[in-house]
Design a protein around this ligand. Structure first.
Ligand SMILES: *[C@@H]1O[C@H](CO)[C@@H](O)[C@H](O)[C@H]1NC(C)=O
Ligand SMILES: *[C@@H]1O[C@H](CO)[C@@H](O)[C@H](O)[C@H]1NC(C)=O
Length: 329
């Protein structure tokens, strides 16, 4: 072995030793489950090599969303109820609204802001007894040009306002041929084993329903009456109990990728960005108060697509920017 090769090898070993563990590695999963024991269980949702592309799943600048909400969204007020249940699951109150428990898949696109809002609107249309349609994530993602930058991220506060100002058409999951504008981005990552899965480009807005749909884009628009911020833990609980699921924004840390069950709290890893999800209930597990939340990373992720996160201590900022709205009835 030449000296030069030896030096190169030493350099490679030194680099490997200095680089942090892959947050998706078995070593980190074992650390969470056997050393940190944070009240939630980690497991394998993604392959280790998928780490770089998971960044595309983060979809919101939490600071900018917060600033926008403070300036442009009314805070919903109202009487505080003293009879809040200790435990609540919107799926059990509104059993006829199957959409509440449905888990969508945003694919390799930072569209969680459009997803959580479309999901929440869908549920609220059903809860108000109006319709059992699926509201299109795609319409918000592609056609709201002032909501953000599509797959590059956007603002749930603006998505709610788009619902009030313009309305949103219907649309099911990828390749479903359901509704006016089904989602156009295939499920991934987590199901893709390609090493370099790039962020998908934002599908262009067509302002048209798919071929064969029996309404026009304008006829299919479902409109909101209002949209608002909900401030405070009890107010948010009350809002979910009375009016249905809401959207919430939180800091996405690397350990969250490996969530499987239990009550999540940030335990290890770097902050990747902001994430947007749909709160559907709350409760207490082993002494930890939690929010029950629907993610949009397919039902193969986490606890059948759902997760629980600590409630009452603003874990990862989850209680800062909760939003909702009401459909035109
Ligand atoms: C997020 O928004 C804030 C406030 O608008 C801005 O200062 C910051 O640079 C943004 N962060 C990123 C990562 O774009
Ligand atoms: C979830 O992933 C599976 C496997 O890739 C896929 O068949 C399914 O359509 C995905 N679900 C949604 C809602 O896209």
């Amino acid at each position: 072995m030449t000296m030069r090769v030896l030096l190169a090898l030493i350099a490679i070993f030194a680099l490997a030793a200095a680089s942090p563990l892959n947050p998706l590695s078995d070593a980190v999963i074992n650390y969470i489950n056997n050393v940190a024991k944070p009240g939630w269980t980690a497991g394998r949702n993604f392959d280790e090599h998928e780490l770089p592309l998971l960044k595309t799943l983060a979809c919101v600048n939490t600071t900018a969303n917060g600033e926008y909400m403070k300036q442009n969204m009314p805070v919903k007020d109202g009487f505080f109820r003293s009879d809040l249940p200790k435990e609540f699951d919107a799926r059990k109150k509104w059993t006829k609204c199957a959409s509440i428990g449905e888990i969508r898949d945003q694919g390799a696109c930072g569209s969680c802001w459009a997803f959580a809002t479309a999901e929440s609107i869908t549920d609220r249309i059903c809860i108000n007894g109006l319709d059992k349609v699926r509201i299109s994530s795609e319409d918000i993602l592609s056609c709201c040009d002032w909501c953000g930058s599509g797959c590059g991220g956007g603002y749930p506060a603006k998505a709610w306002q788009y619902y009030v100002q313009t309305g949103v058409v219907t649309g099911g999951p990828y390749a479903s041929n359901q509704g006016c504008m089904p989602y156009e981005i295939a499920p991934a990552p987590g199901h893709s084993h390609s090493l370099m899965f790039p962020r998908e480009p934002t599908p262009p807005c067509t302002n048209k329903c798919r071929k064969g749909y029996d309404k026009t884009y304008n006829q299919d628009k479902h409109k909101g009456k209002n949209s608002y911020a909900v401030k405070g833990v009890k107010k948010a609980m009350q809002e979910i109990v009375d009016n249905g699921p809401v959207t919430a924004v939180f800091d996405l840390y690397q350990d969250f990728y490996s969530y499987k069950s239990g009550v999540y709290r940030h335990t290890t890893g770097f902050r990747v960005g902001g994430h947007v999800v749909k709160l559907i209930g709350f409760g207490n597990e082993n002494g930890d108060d939690y929010w029950l939340v629907a993610n949009s990373w397919n039902k193969t992720w986490g606890d059948h697509g759902l997760f629980k996160i600590l409630r009452g201590s603003n874990e990862c900022g989850i209680e800062d920017w909760i939003a909702g709205g009401e459909p035109v009835v």
